[in-house]
Write a protein that binds this ligand. Structure first.
Ligand SMILES: NC(=O)c1ccc[n+]([C@@H]2O[C@H](COP(=O)([O-])OP(=O)(O)OC[C@H]3O[C@@H](n4cnc5c(N)ncnc54)[C@H](OP(=O)(O)O)[C@@H]3O)[C@@H](O)[C@H]2O)c1
Length: 295
């Protein structure tokens, strides 16, 4: 989801060379077909693309899939970032790695800064945290961004915003967690800010999330209101009764002060991103990105 939206957002300003296992068949940018778990995949990619910089958006990002397959989670979330960080360092290519807000256990009152000690609750979070450490140990010039984003995805099911939008549009009722707080940012904003972070030459660890913390229930209500759909279809519920496999933290309110100071700018507010998400739908953005792929 991030990789494709990033490419879409940046292709008019930068030459994009995407790496994909074979889904992207008619994208308007160059696509290298490569399984990243192949031995020496990092060398193959970097030697053929010779990029000015590399951003790693690949992951096993499904929390429950990570619980079911911890070995694959480690390969993709820890070992792959280490290999990419090392290969970029050898070639002097700036490297950006994407991590997650979920490295925290959510027990803190108030927001988390980059100085706070992570305490991952599940396999996804643990392998992602170990990925951060691996990248920064291997390559001290690397940039690691802990993100949380929503937007339109290739399969239409990757983001929570799409979950609420599709269910509400089909008059289906659903639950929204009242006791899980997070900071959603439109993925296009995430992409634009990542590019500015690279341009500024930032390195080290940064939080790159939305500036407004809200519950997942509240997020659903915001989507319903923006699209004039029935918010009463969303039932407020506690995550304790969710039956989800992987444990989720209750509070993922992250401070972005370090990043906004480094960029000397305010990060976009929630309503600006939500307006763009709405306009994208009006203008056929979801259909456009889906037309690039064979899903
Ligand atoms: N979504 C969020 O709100 C959120 C929150 C916190 C952190 N993040 C982080 O943000 C990053 C991007 O997440 P996302 O939501 O964009 O995830 P995503 O849509 O699941 O994208 C992950 C990508 O990795 C690719 N991939 C997996 N294994 C591969 C392999 N062996 N070879 C080549 N490609 C492979 C997948 O390709 P296939 O489609 O072929 O499997 C997929 O395109 C991840 O690091 C994630 O941990 C996301």
């Amino acid at each position: 989801m991030l990789g494709l939206n990033f490419a879409q957002e940046m292709m008019d300003r930068h030459e994009i060379i995407a790496v994909d296992r074979g889904k992207l068949v008619s994208a308007p940018f160059t696509v290298l077909k490569q399984d990243l778990l192949d031995p020496r995949a990092e060398d193959t990619i970097l030697d053929s693309a010779q990029p000015d910089w590399l951003i790693n958006c690949a992951a096993l990002a499904d929390l429950d899939a990570c619980e079911n397959n911890p070995e694959l989670a480690k390969l993709l979330n820890t070992d792959l970032p280490r290999r990419l960080a090392r290969a970029c360092k050898t070639r002097n290519i700036p490297f950006v790695h994407i991590s997650t807000d979920a490295v925290f256990d959510g027990e803190k009152d108030g927001f988390y800064t980059e100085e706070d000690k992570p305490n991952p609750l599940g396999i996804y979070a643990r392998t992602k945290l170990e990925g951060e450490w691996a990248v920064l140990t291997e390559n001290s010039k690397a940039l690691v961004a802990r993100v949380n984003f929503y937007g339109w995805s290739l399969g239409g099911r990757r983001s929570l915003a799409e979950f609420f939008f599709h269910n509400l549009s089909n008059n289906k009722s659903m639950s929204g967690f009242t006791d899980v707080v997070f900071c959603p940012m439109l993925v296009n904003d995430t992409s634009r800010i990542l590019a500015r972070m690279v341009k500024r030459g930032l390195s080290g660890l940064y939080h790159l999330v939305g500036t407004q913390a809200m519950s997942k229930y509240q997020f659903g209500v915001e989507i319903a209101r923006k699209f004039s759909l029935r918010e009463s279809e969303i039932t407020p519920k506690s995550i304790s009764f969710s039956g989800l496999l992987a444990r989720r933290a209750n509070n993922l309110w992250l401070s972005t002060h370090k990043l906004s100071t480094a960029l000397a700018e305010d990060l976009p507010d929630f309503s600006t991103g939500l307006n763009e998400f709405y306009t994208q739908n009006q203008q056929g953005y979801p259909q456009k990105i889906r037309s690039y792929a064979q899903v």
